[in-house]
Design a protein around this ligand. Sequence first.
Ligand SMILES: Nc1ncnc2c1ncn2[C@@H]1O[C@H](COP(=O)(O)OP(=O)(O)OP(=O)(O)O)[C@@H](O)[C@H]1O
Ligand SMILES: [Mg+2]
Length: 520
Amino acid sequence: MADPLMAATAAPLLRIEGMSKTFPGLKALDDVSLEVHPGEVVAVLGHNGSGKSTLVKILAGVHQADPGTVVEVRDAAGELVAGAVAREGLHFIHQDLGLADILTTVENLGLHTSARGRAFAPVRGAAERRRARQLIARFGADLDVTLPVGRLSPAQRTIVAIARALDGWTRPDNVLLLDEPTAALHGDEVHVLFEAIRRVAASGAGVVFISHRLDEVLELADRVVVLRDGRVVAEQATSELDHDTMVTLIAGREIAETAITKRDEAGEPVLTMAGVSGAEISGFSLTLHAGEIVGVGGILGSGREQLAPMLFGALPRSGGRVEVDGRELIPDDTLAAIESGMAYVPADRRRSGVVMEMSVRENLTLPLLRPLRRSFGRLDRRAERAQTRTWIRTVGLRPPNPEQPLKLFSGGNQQKVVLAKWLRVRPRVLLLDEPTQGVDVGAKAAIYDLVLAARRDGAAVLLCSSDTKELVSLCDRVLVLKDGRVVNEVPRESLTEEQLVRDELGLQTAARGISTNEPE
Ligand SMILES: Nc1ncnc2c1ncn2[C@@H]1O[C@H](COP(=O)(O)OP(=O)(O)OP(=O)(O)O)[C@@H](O)[C@H]1O
Ligand SMILES: [Mg+2]
């Protein structure tokens, strides 16, 4: 007879069997089974809308699974238990982070403790502030823990969410579930997060990791489970997989690498910036030409995250001059920026990109109603519907339903709508912040095609990205920001990922000078 103690240790920490979830008109999960064992990192992969976040949200109690679904978690006594008590052993970092925006970092971290029996305890003390700073400092981040979280950058908020999930551990064999935790993070911060994940796994915890960054999956996960349209289509040890095989498993087909062509001759200057300052940026100068993609790289706090919103007027600009086609732009005025021909795809789509309650069609036509106006100011509904259909096809939206409110789409599909909304206006200047954050491999190729098409159309594109691979493959040149200043400008011919990372971190390379970005 099997030793009951042995049986308990061999049992999984988390067992899901036959999990299904039906939304009105859509089966998001269909008979999914999955086990997570102690010390194991399991990656859940799949295209945008394949059901990954739905699975996590069911475990968190946000959604209820269809009848027949079994979810069990191992408790302190080694028994598999179900229901609300099972949830106590699970810790989450959700795709939308799940932070309370109006509360500070201290309070967001404290919320966790209060949920564990310290309700209404004051969390404003110096000790809590110190504790919060310590938790955050582990990730190399230095942020004001007394600011409302809503005022932090996407990467900073991610770090708060990670710190919170890692702080509430009740037993070493709890399970940590991370839904795209690295989407807003730079390589350096990812590294720190992975170290932390490895530590919790080594102590006996189970980890479920969701990411579209396949290199990360190969690096971190022991096993991958691939979802396609809500069903498990593959389950394999990572050691048996490579990048291309994973792509094929996720997409169900091979995906051709986007052929990235060199630009034609530089066009006329479109966007000129001289001595632009504000927030964490000082004295930024650059001339962007028609038909040019200029990248901006830099780690968290380098100013990279502030540049695009500042140019667009969404963040205060305290000095310097910005011109579009020779006309000066007044600072801090997004309407003036739009009028001048600027479009801005923000890193945080929930904040400034779109209206989550509105449908895809309404969101798409929001920035540019004029061409659809007929006499007496009425909208040309037929034209609106036709255009919406075209864009849905172009970006490969799933499900392709123009009337569905945006909030009901998966994260990656929301990102496609944000991009389509701004490309539709055929902008003169396209400001992109992390444009492929959270999108799957297939959609990424489609988005690169769209950006290249905008360049062919003569747009001047500024691409701010924490993804060095993206910068290297798309850009005609890349500026590297550090501590708010440009520390290097790299032309296309000499762009390599390794060099960009070195520049971003400020690591010196022998026999290599630092150039300024633009002759004044
Ligand atoms: N509340 C809801 N009502 C209706 N449909 C929903 C709801 N939430 C999610 N869906 C749909 O369920 C499907 C799965 O969505 P889910 O968010 O789980 O995808 P995902 O795999 O996490 O994708 P991504 O990689 O883009 O984050 C999608 O088609 C989505 O539109
Ligand atoms: Mg998701």
